[in-house]
Every structure is written in structure tokens, then in C-alpha cells.
Write a protein that binds this ligand. Structure first.
Ligand SMILES: Cc1cc2nc3c(=O)[nH]c(=O)nc-3n(C[C@H](O)[C@H](O)[C@H](O)COP(=O)(O)OP(=O)(O)OC[C@H]3O[C@@H](n4cnc5c(N)ncnc54)[C@H](O)[C@@H]3O)c2cc1C
Length: 387
């Protein structure tokens, strides 16, 4: 079991797991090492929305590649994937202008989207309030997954189908190149060897290469999210994003009127202070995911984000969500927060320690959407494989 592999990946979140998948698809032998019993980081705490439509034009391509990967994997195993599309619901004239502009951009890029009238939105997305909705932009190809199940199913499949060596409950404490080989040491005294290593450590910056991270421009983001009880006799299909997401997502920043609209926003509003936008996503079991908020701290000060769920934030999210959708029940059965890392000045932290050891992390809020596509390109690049 300690045999040398072509590649060791440290971190079993979505980014590490998709690096493993693509490496094995390209014929490489892989060991994936995860410190916990199963991944418990951002990868299982999120909405599971695979939304290339929300990304800037560079990352939209990675997102579309991921989408193809998810769809082809779903034919082999049940990843909980549903292809029910993504909708952005506009609540006023400014947001309507932005969705019309994004529709045009995507038309030019040959990515299908449909402008929906207010009535079409209300008919297609049950419970959307007439007082809120002014129209929508719908991307029919996009998918949603239940992240808390997807990653475990995918990893089991990779172990069975591709003979992935998967070490759980194993914390890597050191990773270095020695005589041309990568040597990975764990806190329990094991050593593993590989030709190359990729560190996908999410937002854990205190164990491996802390100096690199603490000197970097990485910041850590804490997001609050809630889950209602099962919604009886009610189905809201797809990824449902609303006005504040239109004002927040990177894709809209490429729209001509975006800058002008942002200038007029009130920087002291509660949604700005807490980084709130209102998202709805119904899970397979009928519960509704509702969120979210964004609080930031530099990588070296991540403990400042605290461990508490801030109730005023959750209450504000529910208050705003009630203005958008009529749900049969607003009873909350679960609350949690997730943490992801992102770079202040780059779209991802992609840093080489030497020619064999590479760090790929801080993918930000686009990890479920972009990891599949980005990881494929990274494996090709590191192993010098043809596209
Ligand atoms: C509330 C919330 C909602 C979100 N919604 C969406 C969404 O709808 N769509 C979307 O695209 N993205 C979404 N995201 C973003 C997405 O979840 C993240 O971008 C993604 O999960 C990051 O994956 P990762 O693998 O980099 O990190 P993680 O999931 O944190 O995984 C890193 C793993 O590395 C392991 N690790 C770290 N150090 C070591 C070590 N030394 N040894 C061994 N193992 C180690 C950790 O235990 C962890 O399992 C959301 C995030 C949050 C928090």
C-alpha cells in the first residue's frame, strides 16, 4: 500500500478529487490523502450549484468543461445530479438591463440562455412572488448536485473503477522533494512517495507551507447557509438566484451597465455589510437550502472569523427571502457555515514549490463549478500531456 505513485494529492475536497479523477483518466497512478474521516470542508457545505453562467468568460470555459464531466460521470454513477437549469430573477429595471446584457454576451459565445417574462418565471418557478419578479434569465443546461453526497459517491467510484489509493484520517505534515522524488510524511509517521504532488488543502493554512500562505494575498471567507424542513407538495426546480446575485456574480461584471449600476449602490446597506445575496436550492429530499452571507479575513487572521452563527445575518436572509418566494414552510432544520479561501488579486492560488510540488487552492466561491475543468488543464500542464 505504500508503493510509489505518479501523483499524490493532499486534500480530498472537490479540487483534490477532480485532480485525482483527471490524472487517472490520463493513465496515471494516484494516491489521495484526506486528513478527516471524509471531506468535511467547503465541498460538503455548499449549495451544489454548477453555474458556469455566473463566472467570468475565462472561468465559464472551465465551468462548461466541469459540466460535461459531471454529466458523463452521472451516466456511470448516481452523483445526485439534476439538469434543471439556473435562473437569475431580476427585481427591478437595473437588474433587468443586466440580465438582457448577459443574455446577449452568452448568445455571442454560443451558450444557450433564455430571457423569461415575469409571467413565465412565475409559471416555471413555483412560489416566486409577483411583487418581486420583473423577469428572468434562464440557462437550461446547468445542473445541481447534493454536495454532501456527491463527493463521497465520486470517491468510492474512483477507488473501485480506477484503483485510486485513498488514505483517510491521514494528516500530511510535510511534503518535500528528495533525490528527485516527492516524500510525503504524515503526523502518524507514515511516508509516501510519488513523482509529483499537488496540495489542494482548501483553507487549512497552518499545517503545510504556512509561510507561503501567510505571505500570500489569500483571504478566507465565512458563509452562513440554512436548510429548511422538507417542503410538502412543493418543488422549486434548478438553481434559483435573485437580484443581489445579479449584482454580485462575476459574469455580470462584464456587462456594459454593471459599473454604472454598482456606483449607485448603498455601501452601508445590510446586504453589502454582510455580503448577502439570496439563493434558493431544493435538495433531493425536499428540504430547501437558503443563503448566503460573506465575511472576510486574511489567511493569517482566519480565526478572527469566529465559530458562531450570527443570528442577525440569518434573520436578515430569511426576511429578504420571504419577499421573493412563498414557501410552504420557513421552519429551519439546520444552520451551518462553510469557509473557502480566495485570492484578492488572482482567480486561484496556483503556486509551485519546485518542479514536483504544486499548490492549487483558493478557488473561491466557484469550486463546485470550476474545479473539474481547471484540474484537467492542471494535470495536463504538470505532466506535460497533450490536450
Ligand atoms: C456555503 C457555501 C456555498 C457554496 N456554494 C457553491 C456553489 O453553489 N457552487 C460552487 O461552484 N461553489 C460553491 N461554493 C464554493 C465551493 O464549495 C468551494 O470552492 C470548494 O468546495 C473548495 O474546494 P476545495 O477542495 O478547494 O476545499 P475543501 O472542500 O476545503 O477541501 C480541502 C480538503 O483538504 C483537506 N486537507 C487540508 N490540509 C490537509 C493536510 N495537511 N493533510 C490532509 N488533508 C488536508 C481538508 O480536510 C479538506 O477536506 C460554496 C461554498 C460555501 C462555503
Amino acid at each position: 500500500m505504500n508503493r510509489k505513485t505518479d501523483l499524490i494529492i493532499i486534500g480530498g475536497g472537490v479540487l483534490g478529487t477532480f485532480h485525482a479523477y483527471h490524472a487517472m483518466q490520463m493513465g496515471l497512478s494516484v494516491r489521495l490523502i484526506e486528513k478527516d474521516n471524509k471531506p468535511m470542508g467547503a465541498t460538503v457545505r455548499n449549495f451544489g450549484q454548477v453555474v458556469p453562467s455566473g463566472l467570468d468568460s475565462k472561468w465559464q470555459q472551465y465551468g462548461l468543461d466541469s459540466l460535461r464531466t459531471y454529466l458523463s460521470l452521472q451516466k456511470e454513477l448516481n452523483l445526485t445530479l439534476r439538469q434543471e437549469g439556473t435562473v437569475y430573477i431580476a427585481s427591478n429595471g437595473e437588474e433587468l438591463a443586466l440580465i438582457e446584457e448577459l443574455h446577449k454576451i452568452n448568445k455571442e459565445n454560443d451558450y444557450e440562455s433564455l430571457l423569461l417574462t415575469k409571467d413565465e418565471c412565475i409559471e416555471k418557478f413555483h412560489g416566486i412572488k409577483s411583487s418581486y419578479c420583473k423577469g428572468g434569465l434562464y440557462f437550461p443546461e446547468e445542473v445541481t448536485i447534493d454536495s454532501n453526497q456527491m463527493i463521497h459517491r465520486l470517491q468510492e467510484y474512483l477507488v473501485k473503477k480506477y484503483q485510486l489509493i485513498y488514505n483517510i484520517n491521514t494528516t500530511v505534515s510535510n511534503c518535500e522533494t528528495n533525490s528527485g522524488s516527492v516524500v510525503v510524511s504524515t503526523t502518524s509517521g507514515q511516508q509516501f512517495y510519488a513523482s509529483k504532488a499537488i496540495i489542494c488543502n482548501g483553507s487549512d493554512f497552518k499545517i503545510l507551507y504556512p509561510d507561503v500562505f501567510f505571505k500570500s494575498n489569500i483571504e478566507v471567507t465565512k458563509l452562513q447557509i440554512m436548510q429548511t424542513v422538507k417542503q410538502k407538495n412543493y418543488r422549486l426546480r434548478g438553481n434559483v438566484l435573485t437580484g443581489l446575485s445579479i449584482r454580485r456574480y462575476e459574469s455580470f461584471s462584464e456587462c456594459p451597465s454593471y459599473a454604472k449600476i454598482k456606483v449607485n449602490e448603498d455601501v452601508n446597506s445590510l446586504d453589502k455589510r454582510w455580503g448577502i445575496h439570496i439563493i434558493f436550492k431544493q435538495a433531493l429530499d425536499g428540504t430547501m437550502y437558503l443563503g448566503d452571507s460573506h465575511m472576510y479575513a486574511d489567511a493569517k487572521n482566519c480565526d478572527d472569523l469566529g465559530y458562531e452563527i450570527e443570528m442577525p445575518i440569518d434573520n436578515y436572509i430569511i426576511q429578504e427571502a420571504k419577499k421573493i418566494v412563498n414557501l410552504p414552510s420557513w421552519e429551519i432544520q439546520n444552520r451551518w457555515y462553510g469557509v473557502y479561501a480566495q485570492c484578492k488579486d488572482k482567480d486561484i492560488f496556483d503556486h509551485s514549490i519546485d518542479e514536483n510540488i504544486h499548490i492549487v487552492t483558493a478557488i473561491g466561491g466557484k469550486g463546485m463549478t470550476g474545479s473539474g475543468g481547471y484540474a484537467k488543464e492542471k494535470i495536463q500542464q504538470i505532466f506535460n500531456l497533450k490536450k
